[in-house]
Design a protein around this ligand. Structure first.
Ligand code: ASP
Ligand code: MG
Length: 467
């Protein structure tokens, strides 16, 4: 019997009592599973701050004390979770000991930073993985205490191998599939910490921020799972962010491409890379809401290979502020052979990923993540590209995208979609800086002034959904 991979994220792990909901879900499945868990809400961010503070204060007693205080905070938090979830005091002592050992490892890494005054990338990745490592140990122990045959399974022990890129690795399926499948084959509930795998020398390498979804998808691919079930605290993918639009609809089905584009353009439900490992193998993703136990195991959104053009074509309107424009001006850049290659090489050599490029005769617009804009601007300015007379930057922008199979269809319905979205935004007074239709078969997007983001979302959503 194929297994289901079940992912619980930070939104399912906010309070000690939340563990109870997860136990209930596991009991509802009532079959062997592979669980993939994230850190408790906010823990990864706190660890990042902790690493930064340790680096900046390296060598000082005060900073060392701060690091210790943080691991002490984690110890206290874990004890609270244990008290809330395990009634047997003797058992709690045993588990606390195991958690304590893990926190001691974390302490040692932080102390290392204080000693050397630097954070080698492998140390950074190791430290940030501790949020997940604590969740998996805790959850597996709580499940066992409730009579469920559970076992923690660490990526290093099951052979979840990566390409070795610290901070942003990808799974090496050729190296992982057989060992992961073998290691997770017994009739048990395995609990795997998300967010990381290991390189060829056994070092922890992270899958990037929000990477537990990708961990779960990779494991699902390795074991050829029946499905990947992702538990959230909302009703699956919606037609728009409920914070921006008053009555968004829940979307019952999306194909892989639509889900990937929605995630890429800002929907917070899934990490954009989640569909990558599942696409070829046609393993479905099911999005469920842990706050609605009455629905049992019925998903809100099912993501699979099925391509469905709905009557209204657009399934969701989404947006993100994680974008910035780097603009290279020059009277003939549109005609200059090789210039784009130089730009991309320069950015690549600084580890900067390009989101999109739009060119015209007198300007090249490079869309980047906002965090990368300073470095990209500095790199391109320093490089003196032949033909470029000025480099400018703009981070007061946001992307608004419409996603749905058929958006770029040449038929009457499809081809009208992008222009309807654009007209609706402009008619409501939105300042549009750039627009692109055709970047993918299922998405069209525009860049608007960041202050107009909400207004654009509302106008475009109203155009297609009436509210
Ligand atoms: N805890 C990690 C993060 O915050 C991974 C995840 O939550 O998926 O980025
Ligand atoms: Mg997440």
């Amino acid at each position: 019997m194929k297994k289901i991979v079940v992912k619980f994220g930070g939104s399912n792990l906010r309070k000690p009592q939340d563990i109870d909901r997860i136990v209930n879900v596991v009991q509802t499945y009532n079959r062997p599973l592979v669980l993939v868990v994230s850190a408790f809400y906010g823990i990864t961010n706190a660890l990042i701050e902790c690493v930064q503070a340790a680096k900046e204060g390296a060598g000082t007693q005060a900073a060392l004390a701060d690091s210790r205080n943080y691991t002490q905070t984690l110890r206290t938090l874990k004890s609270e979770i244990l008290i809330a979830n395990i009634s047997d005091a003797a058992l709690r002592v045993d588990i606390e000991k195991a958690l304590g050992e893990r926190l001691d490892q974390l302490d040692r890494y932080l102390t290392g930073i204080h000693c050397i005054g630097d954070v080698p990338t492998f140390v950074n990745d190791a430290i940030l993985s501790y949020g997940e490592r604590l969740s998996s140990l805790l959850l597996s122990e709580v499940l066992k205490s409730r009579g469920i045959a559970a076992q923690e399974a660490l990526p290093e022990d099951i052979g979840l191998m990566t390409d070795g890129v610290f901070g942003n690795s990808a799974c090496d399926f050729a190296a992982s599939s057989a060992s992961v499948a073998e290691a997770l084959s017994a009739d048990k509930v395995y609990v795997v910490p998300g967010f990381y795998g290991v390189d060829a020398s056994g070092k922890t390498t992270l899958f990037g921020r929000g990477g537990s979804d990708y961990s779960a998808a990779s494991i699902a691919a390795c074991i050829d799972a029946e499905s990947l079930d992702v538990w959230k605290d909302v009703d699956g993918f919606l037609s728009a962010d409920p914070g921006a639009v008053s009555a968004p609809r829940s979307i019952a089905q999306l194909n892989y491409l639509e889900a990937a584009e929605l995630s890429y353009f800002g929907a917070k439900i899934l990490h954009p890379r989640t569909v990558e490992p599942l696409f070829d193998r046609e393993i479905p993703i099911r999005i469920l809401n842990i706050m609605r136990p009455e629905r049992g195991l019925q998903p809100y959104t099912l993501i699979n290979a099925q391509r469905k053009v709905t009557r209204d074509v657009v399934k969701s309107v989404t947006s993100t502020e994680d974008v910035a424009i780097l603009k290279l001006h020059g009277p003939g850049v549109g005609f200059k052979a090789g210039i784009l290659a130089e730009v991309t090489q320069t950015l690549d050599s600084h580890g900067i990923n390009i989101k999109s490029v739009l060119t015209a005769q007198t300007a090249i617009n490079v869309l980047l993540s906002r965090d990368h804009l300073d470095a990209a601007y500095a790199a391109v300015s320093a490089h003196h590209l032949n033909g470029v007379v000025e480099v400018s930057r703009n981070d007061a922008v946001a992307i608004v995208a419409v996603v749905g199979d058929g958006v770029l269809d040449a038929s009457d319905v499809g081809s009208a979609i992008a222009s309807r979205a654009l007209s609706a935004a402009i008619a409501s007074g939105v300042r549009v800086c750039l627009a692109a239709a055709g970047a993918s078969e299922v998405a069209a997007y525009m860049l608007v002034h960041e202050d107009d983001r909400k207004r654009a979302l509302q106008a475009v959503h109203a155009e297609f959904f009436g509210v």
